[in-house]
Design a protein around this ligand. Structure first.
Ligand code: DX5
Ligand code: ZN
Length: 216
């Protein structure tokens, strides 16, 4: 099975966002990854719903929305209004994760839980059957272009085992420092979805890089 490729527009040129979105539309990308930050949960701010309204209008691929914010449940209606396919919330940001996952599903979106590099896979044991996907952060969230954390490959293997043991159907997504080399190793370890920002947008041909990642 080829990996699902979800380009992160965090590394796009925001002055020419429409152009970068057109590139994604005609590429072999499967989804578009959208990183929302609040300057509280992570030490950075990206973009918010007034900008994303136009991003959603210009995109013909399913939206994979990654919320790096406190109280992500407050924004379920806004994410739904974008027409999102997946809503990713951080394990570390949700005191009542089970409730938030149900609320996302009730709103008609696919719920995903994201874990930071220091959060163990074993913490997902009691939620793994309820989620559409688990997003493993392979950098500390907040910035594009960071160095891949090697231990993430082990975490993907461990998560694959947990999914098999529990009969969960969850997809495994990885985000941060993904390139051709790390992408291939993550795929071999059991990843289904690869997010990439810097690797795509700093490439000479971003569209060709998306195809390259798809061949991992
Ligand atoms: C980081 C974001 C990522 C980021 C990945 O907090 O969640 O989606 O865009 O960027 P790269 O691929 O450049 O590491
Ligand atoms: Zn992300």
């Amino acid at each position: 099975m080829k990996p699902i490729i979800s380009p992160s527009i965090l590394s796009a040129n925001f002055a020419h966002l429409a152009k970068d979105l057109e590139m994604i539309n005609r590429s072999e990308a499967d989804w578009v990854h959208i990183d929302i930050m609040d300057g509280v949960f992570v030490p950075n701010i990206s973009f918010g719903f007034p900008v994303l309204k136009y991003v959603a209008e210009l995109t013909n691929k399913p939206l994979d929305v990654h919320l790096m914010i406190v109280h992500p449940e407050k924004f379920i209606p806004e994410v739904k209004a974008l027409g999102a396919h997946v809503m990713n919330v951080h394990f570390e940001a949700c005191v009542h994760l089970h409730r938030v996952i149900q609320q996302i599903r009730e709103a008609g979106m696919e719920p995903a839980v994201t874990i930071n590099p220091a959060t163990p896979v074993s913490f997902l044991k009691d939620i793994i059957r309820d989620v559409y996907m688990v997003l493993v952060m392979s950098v500390n969230p907040g910035f594009g272009g960071q160095k891949f954390i090697e231990h993430s490959v082990e975490k993907v293997k461990e998560l694959r085992e947990l999914i098999e043991q529990t009969g969960s159907k969850a997809l495994i997504e990885v985000d941060g420092g993904v390139n051709i080399e790390t992408g291939a190793r993550l795929k071999a370890a059991g990843a289904d979805v690869l997010v990439a920002g810097n690797a795509i947008f700093s490439a000479e041909s971003p569209e060709a890089m998306i195809s390259e990642l798809k061949r991992r």
